[in-house]
Write a protein that binds this ligand. Structure first.
Ligand SMILES: Nc1nc2c(c(=O)[nH]1)N[C@H]1C(S)=C(S)[C@@H](COP(=O)(O)OP(=O)(O)OC[C@H]3O[C@@H](n4cnc5c(N)ncnc54)[C@H](O)[C@@H]3O)O[C@H]1N2
Ligand code: MOO
Length: 438
């Protein structure tokens, strides 16, 4: 910590925190300052993991035309089943128009995906046929040229193995609504109906700033009383997991002018600024003191553990933009938990996601989990299925409140409400799944 003799204009000497805010209320204050980003058109497969900003419809039916689902013969179903000999009038391959007509007592060889010839209503797979080329036995393969005739001695239901126009997708049908994340399935569907591009929100660019005089970049030798910056890299990783593009800012010293200068210059080029450290009431906690600056910022003490101090607001960029700011606490575990509860949903909102992505399940506690009266406790756990298929949540690390080792293997947070006592092994517990560990 650097001792500061006085504050620059616009930064008061002591932060005024709003106390006793519930996590839900704090989240509402975060989200209330965030607007979804506009969309842009991108080639369909490049839209992977993007979020649709508008409803996608199909202009065409799927299939586009009646076609065969099998390699075989297009027939009139009334003509098959009794072994009657049918004259093969032609051969239609996928990609070729069917110019032929199938009349009574006739068949037309068709390949999978070929248009169904007029007159036919059913396709008989070649495996069910005896042909002029199969020496009285059922055919085991297709010959290069179609046979002169076929016989089918078992009935085939009318319409069998015909893919009807529009049976998959109707023209005008909604394929996906705004807020949907584009996955490989959507890429396949949109491409099948002929969309070359879709409109998705651009991924949010998120600046990550670590504040504190005690910080040195990992890799640098540590001077006395210094620690390596864990939050910068960790928060960048979380931003990426949340679908944002992280921009790792330089370490910011505990000096209000340095913090303001850094924030204001970043605000012109990013969609969200996330800081860590300096969020509580220490003498050098200048992120919290932004509440007294010209920027619209408030410092909160949230009733949760870890993750009590939180700074929420917007920074005015010189050219008139206002960029949301989320100031997370400095303790690495607190920063990660607060990211999960506040910054992850904020990024989801910037992306225009329909859901905030929060997934909650019930599990059996494998270990004792300590509650904190009056605060929501978020405890790192690993959730796995036991041999009986039951979800079980075990504490990670040694249970030490701020130990970063507890992050290894943690794939969820046990959520203990403020009024709840300690959880004992075998108790049911609500867990919120994270993407921290696989
Ligand atoms: N008197 C009180 N002191 C503290 C309170 C309180 O209510 N009353 N709250 C505690 C809680 S809870 C937390 S969490 C911390 C958070 O405070 P800050 O957000 O101001 O964080 P700092 O003081 O800057 O740092 C706290 C701790 O974390 C280390 N740190 C910070 N940044 C990083 C980083 N990028 N990488 C690794 N480690 C980091 C820092 O060195 C400190 O040890 O305040 C408590 N105090
Ligand atoms: O609540 Mo602090 O945020 O304990 O780590």
């Amino acid at each position: 910590m650097t001792s500061v003799g006085g504050c620059l204009p616009g930064l008061a000497a002591a932060p005024a925190h709003r106390v006793g805010i519930s996590p839900e209320e704090a989240l509402a204050r975060v989200l209330g300052r965030i607007d979804p980003l506009p969309g842009h058109d991108v080639p369909v497969w490049s839209a992977l993991d993007g979020v649709l900003v508008e409803t996608v419809r199909s202009d065409t039916p799927l299939p586009v035309f009646d076609n065969s689902a099998m390699d075989g013969y297009a027939v009139r179903s009334v003509d098959v089943g009794d072994g009657r000999r049918l004259r093969v009038v032609g051969d239609v391959r996928a990609g070729r128009p069917a110019v032929l007509h199938v009349g009574p007592g006739e068949a037309c060889r068709v390949m999978t995906g070929a248009p169904l010839p007029a007159g036919a209503d059913t396709v008989v797979p070649y495996e069910l046929t005896k042909t002029s080329d199969s020496a009285g036995e059922r055919a085991t393969r297709l010959t290069e040229l179609p046979p002169a005739w076929i016989e089918v001695d078992e009935p085939v239901a009318q319409g069998r193995h015909v893919r009807r126009v529009g049976e998959d997708v109707e023209a005008g049908q909604v394929l996906a609504t705004a807020g949907t994340v584009v996955g490989p399935g959507e890429v396949a569907l949109f491409s099948a109906v002929g969309h070359a591009s879709v409109r998705v929100s651009r991924p949010p660019v998120v600046a990550v700033l670590s504040t504190g005089d005690e910080l040195s970049p990992a890799g640098d030798p540590l001077a006395p009383a210094r620690v390596h910056d864990a939050n910068g890299p960790a928060l960048c990783a979380l931003v990426r997991r949340a679908g944002g593009i992280p921009v790792e800012g330089a370490l910011v010293p505990d000096r209000p002018d340095a913090l303001l200068e850094r924030l204001e210059s970043l605000a012109g080029s990013v969609d969200l600024v996330i800081t860590s450290g300096g969020a509580s009431a220490g003498a050098a906690d200048f992120v919290a003191r932004l509440a007294e600056s010209r920027h619209e910022v408030e410092a909160l003490l949230v009733a949760m553990k870890p993750g009590k101090p939180l700074v929420v607001g917007r920074v005015d960029a010189p050219e008139g933009r206002r960029v949301p700011l989320i100031g997370l606490p400095g303790n690495p575990v607190a920063a990660m938990v607060a990211f999960e509860v506040f910054a992850g949903p904020a990024i989801a909102r910037l992306r225009g996601l329909r859901h905030d992505g929060v997934r909650v399940v019930e599990a059996l506690a494998a270990d004792e989990l300590r509650a904190t009266p009056g605060r929501v406790s978020f405890t790192r756990v690993r959730v796995e299925r036991d041999d009986d298929g039951q979800l079980v949540a075990g504490a990670t690390g040694d249970g030490c409140g701020h130990g970063v080792r507890s992050l290894i293997g943690a794939n969820a947070l046990a959520v203990l409400p403020p009024e709840q006592g300690d959880v004992l092994p075998g108790d049911r517990v609500t867990v919120r799944l994270t993407k921290w560990s696989t």
